[in-house]
Design a protein around this ligand. Structure first.
Ligand SMILES: *Cc1c(COP(=O)(O)O)cnc(C)c1O
Length: 433
């Protein structure tokens, strides 16, 4: 498979090159030259395949010859070695729980796949790769965990001091080994701006081989298709599902659209956003107007300029009408998000996290208008990651899952740093600031 730049001003490259460089030299996002069609009978027989078999069949065409089959099989097996249950909440709505991985968020899938691909692709290179990532909470943990102990790769995570939840902070700061956490005295935007500047800095480039681990990287974006297939394996209805995806940078839903375009039955996609309503506005007006991010309780979706939306437009051939046929988008505010968490807990005894609640409300409203349809939400994180909001709303303590309980016995290790690019640059080059 070859990948082209969506800015159309860079050479086509293989999966290997797209994954190593992240972004094309013309700053465009890489996009596969064609969307592969699933083999005949694959969907009809989906229930008979293992997660690993589905993973291999879906991913192989995107990887081509970049990774030998044997290694690709191992990478996939390690990527999806946890459960993806589709839990029914009521007659019309189910929840695809994507939080059974090591950091309790869907980003584990992309991060685990990407880390193992990079490790393989960089195997003959003496120079280590340094993955640089800014996080508002979830990305950092998943990336750190995905890359932990992966040879030839160092990870530096920038997070805003005091602005991530306790579990998230432990996930970022207790790993050690090849993972370094920089606790920035500032906001998430400050972290992101330091990272952006670092990628264009020539002095840093001389010293370290930097790469990014956000969802613009094809190795993180594309494996997110897999759990849409795992959901369909568990789907009991005749009619195809309506799928509601809590969206920030739109990488997750975009992967779902790739799955649909290659043959997975989907009735409708709902891109559920919080107060950051760039895409809902676009659906309403046809005008795409990026803006500043607004802070909300579903903070992993606080994005003012969703980087993957351009890929969604490309998947629908840049035709607004084609896109509107298959997808809609709504904005759900914090008050309604909390109300949804409370109602779903009281009526169905199911605890949503704030991101899943945004998706739930969007789906519920859609189904009121389409009463014969059924659907599911992507529950992108475990509610225990957002205890301040959720426990306050349901007035109950959320039990900590065994998978993260051990974190509370660990000691936080971070480097406290001012929100200044100069300090960062000094540190990454000399080790001091
Ligand atoms: C990252 C994240 C999202 C948004 O996903 P995108 O792919 O950026 O749209 C939603 N929910 C949670 C919990 C997240 O961590």
């Amino acid at each position: 498979m070859l990948y082209y730049s969506l800015n159309h001003n860079a050479p086509r490259v293989s999966f290997a090159e797209a994954a190593i460089s992240g972004q094309a030299p013309d700053k465009g996002l890489y996009f596969p030259r064609s969307i592969p069609e699933l083999p005949n009978g694959f969907i009809e027989n989906l229930k008979n395949y293992s997660k690993e078999e589905i993973g291999y069949t879906v991913m192989k065409p995107f990887i081509g010859e970049a990774i030998p089959d044997e290694i690709l099989h191992t990478i996939i097996a390690e990527t999806v070695n946890f459960n993806f249950p589709l839990i029914r909440i009521n007659q019309q709505i189910a929840s695809l729980e994507l939080f059974h991985g090591p950091t309790l968020a869907f980003k584990d899938v992309g991060a685990r796949f990407m880390s193992r691909c990079l490790s393989y692709l960089n195997r003959n290179n003496k120079k280590e790769i340094t993955v640089l990532v800014a996080t508002s909470g979830d990305t950092g943990g998943a990336v750190a965990n995905g890359f932990l102990g992966v040879e030839g790769v160092n990870v530096i995570i920038l997070y805003p001091s005091g602005k991530v939840s306790p579990i998230q902070e432990l996930q970022l700061t207790t790993l050690g080994k090849n993972i370094t956490a920089l606790e920035i005295n500032g906001t998430f935007d400050d972290c992101q701006s330091i990272v952006k500047q670092a990628f264009t800095d020539q002095d840093i480039a001389q010293k370290v081989h930097l790469t990014s681990a956000n969802s613009i990287n094809v190795a993180r974006w594309l494996p997110q298709q897999l759990y849409y297939f795992y959901a369909y394996q568990q789907w009991q209805e005749k009619e195809a599902p309506v799928i509601s995806v809590p969206s920030g940078n739109f990488g997750n839903i975009c992967a779902g659209v790739v799955a649909f375009k290659s043959g997975l039955p989907v009735k409708q996609f709902i891109a559920a956003c919080n107060a950051n309503n760039i895409v809902p506005n676009y659906f309403e007006t046809g005008v795409y107007q990026p803006g500043q991010a607004i802070a909300t309780i579903s903070n992993a979706m606080d994005v003012g300029n969703p980087s993957n939306f351009i890929r969604i437009r490309e998947l629908f051939n840049q035709q607004f009408s084609e896109l509107k046929n298959k997808m809609c988008s709504v904005s759900v505010n914090d008050v309604i998000t909390k109300q949804t968490i409370r109602d779903v807990y009281q009526q169905h005894n199911y605890i949503l996290d704030p991101h899943g609640a945004v998706a739930y409300n969007a789906l519920e409203n859609y189904l009121k208008e389409h009463p014969s349809d059924k659907g599911f939400i992507l529950e992108t994180a475990h509610p225990v990651k957002f205890p301040d909001t959720v426990e306050n709303v349901i007035r109950k303590k959320i039990p900590v899952p065994g998978a993260v309980e051990y974190l509370f016995n660990k000691t936080k290790q971070s480097i406290l740093m001012p929100a200044s690019f100069t300090s960062f640059k000094e540190w990454i080059i000399t080790g001091k600031f």
